[in-house]
Design a protein around this ligand. Structure first.
Ligand code: MSP
Length: 513
């Protein structure tokens, strides 16, 4: 069985998750579900990045211990992922023993191999971003990222001999066209690598920061938070402990993360792995950012975040998922607006898909006593067109999903939905009923339920909770989780005589003020 290992980045716990985090989790979840639908052995990892100055600071501000603080943030996050149907197989927290052990081992192995050396570090440091900045990159003495004041720091630290791998990395990126995606990000990294790469300062003195993973051979130091965090992708698999699991799933097939952290994942991470003789991930695929109405990235520090819990309370989890996936092409930035979300809910979900389901179930109830009729064998060009469109769906979805083009994948399903709605208008089943043309009526209704079966499987990766409800309204008794991607391309699987359960409309229209 083919394996598929997908990860999100691990989220900081200095604040609760926002729309940007929901986006990343939804993207990874949709991808994981898509591969499960294909019958693959999927391992979907997400989690939280719990060390570092930011977290220690937030805890101090809240007046509680750092561990109590991180626990208090992780709990509502887990609830949010449950509500949003994020089907992770594993949730890693960097404060877990299983992770700490691997990070310490990673350091020891690098140390034994002579990949680390001790030296003095002097530089401009931004405590908020936990990053040192070269003087030339400062903006009027402030951090170019968060615009906060930086401070000059001199301290003894351990350095990772990253610079010696620069040529190897350039060759690796050029020789593996799928390693960095999209193309624009690859070019960005290759042009960054035209400058000499510096060695990386990978520790912090405990005197300045205690909340971190202790370095086994240098007890006065803790790990630089990014070094610790990146290792989560292998510690979760039980690196150097559970050989079978590690061998089964590593290398990751895809790391999903935002464009702001692409450098950590495509420069530091592959070199760290390579230094220990571990293969780099197959693909690092960066997404864009959700921006506020003023075009600024949503972030805690700017105070412009949209609270996903509030959106879900108002509109439900699947409309939020659908909006996030369909609104912007993966890799691009997008403006988040509640009006745009409501408008997608009303048009695509309520008008198009909800209506198709509701009309069809109403007709089955009215004309056939809530029992799916058997196909009677009448034929028409419109039927062939509908079936041909359904038959073409798997290839279209595959082509879109291989590039993480969620809007295109969804558009191909909606093409079928819209054609089916048109089919109803052209065929006017209510007339056939009046005229007593039962055979033709049966065929039309059968074809519509087949389309609905196909649509339900096709949307199950994107809006899983709604797909479950659709499946149960259609009355199909085999669990949806048993359905396979190949069932999308088949015609005639829904059984005549199936008892439908018309319920409440799945997506009631929202009246916009
Ligand atoms: N903890 C690090 C990641 C370590 S991975 C080894 C981190 N955390 S974060 O919480 O700041 O960001 C987590 C992810 O959320 C990143 O991929 C980031 O790009 C994404 N987003 C944060 N704000 C975002 C938007 N406004 N829009 C879309 N995604 C955004 O970085």
């Amino acid at each position: 069985m083919k394996k598929f290992y997908v990860t999100t980045s691990i989220y900081y716990v200095n604040a609760k998750p926002h729309i940007g985090h929901c986006y990343e989790s939804t993207v990874a979840d949709a991808l994981a579900r898509y591969h499960r639908l294909k019958g693959e052995d999927v391992y979907f990892l997400t989690g939280t990045d719990e060390h570092g100055q930011k977290v220690a600071k937030a805890a101090a501000e809240a007046g509680i211990t750092t561990q109590a603080f991180v626990d208090s943030v992780v709990k509502p996050s887990l609830e949010l992922w449950k509500v949003l149907s994020i089907s992770y197989d594993d949730f890693i927290r960097t404060t877990q023993e299983r992770h700490i052990k691997v990070v310490q081992l990673f350091f020891s192995r690098l140390h034994e191999k002579g990949e680390l050396y001790e030296s003095e570090y002097k530089g401009w440091y931004c405590a908020s971003c936990e990053a040192f900045w070269p003087e030339g990159q400062l903006e009027e003495g402030s951090c170019p990222e968060c615009k906060r004041q930086v401070e000059q720091i001199t301290e003894k630290n351990w350095f990772f001999r990253m610079s010696k791998y620069q040529e190897w990395l350039i060759g690796y990126i050029k020789g593996h066209p799928d390693f960095i995606k999209p193309e624009s990000r690859k070019n960005e990294i290759l042009s960054f690598l035209e400058q000499p790469l510096q060695d990386l300062c990978v520790t912090r003195p405990k005197s300045r920061l205690e909340w971190g993973i202790e370095i086994p051979f240098s007890r006065d130091h803790v790990s630089y938070v990014w070094f610790d965090a990146l290792i989560n992708y292998i510690s979760a698999l039980g690196y150097a402990g559970d050989e079978a699991k590690f061998k089964r799933y590593w290398p990751a097939d895809i790391h999903i993360l935002g464009k702001d952290i692409i450098r950590f994942h495509t420069v530091f991470w592959p070199i760290m792995l390579h230094a220990l003789g571990i293969e780099p991930p197959v693909t690092v695929f960066a997404h864009g950012h959700w921006l506020d109405g003023k075009g600024r990235k949503m972030s805690k520090s700017l105070g412009n975040i949209v609270d996903p819990v509030e959106m879900i309370k108002k509109y439900g989890p699947d409309p939020l998922r659908y909006f996030l996936l369909s609104e912007i092409p993966y890799g691009h930035d997008g403006l988040f607006s509640e009006e745009a979300l409501v408008s997608r809910l009303n048009t695509d979900l309520a008008n198009d898909m909800g209506n198709l389901l509701n009309r069809t179930l109403t007709m089955i109830e009215k004309y056939f006593g809530s029992m799916i009729p058997a196909a009677a064998g009448t034929k028409g060009a419109v039927d062939d067109e509908l079936k041909a469109l359904a038959a073409a769906l798997p290839d279209k979805m595959d082509a879109a999903m291989s590039e993480l083009d969620f809007p295109a994948a969804l558009a191909s399903v909606w093409e079928l939905i819209n054609r089916a709605n048109k089919y109803i208008e052209i065929q006017a089943p209510w007339k056939l009923d009046k005229e007593g043309k039962v055979d033709r009526l049966s065929d039309i209704i059968y074809n519509l339920t087949e389309v609905l079966r196909i649509v339900t499987i096709a949307v199950s990766s994107y809006i899983p909770a709604s797909a479950e409800k659709m499946w149960s309204q259609l009355g199909i008794t085999e669990p949806l989780s048993k359905a396979r991607f190949s069932d999308i391309g088949k015609w005639g699987l829904i059984r005549a005589g199936t008892k439908t359960n018309k319920g409440q409309p799945l997506f009631p229209r929202i009246e916009q003020k």
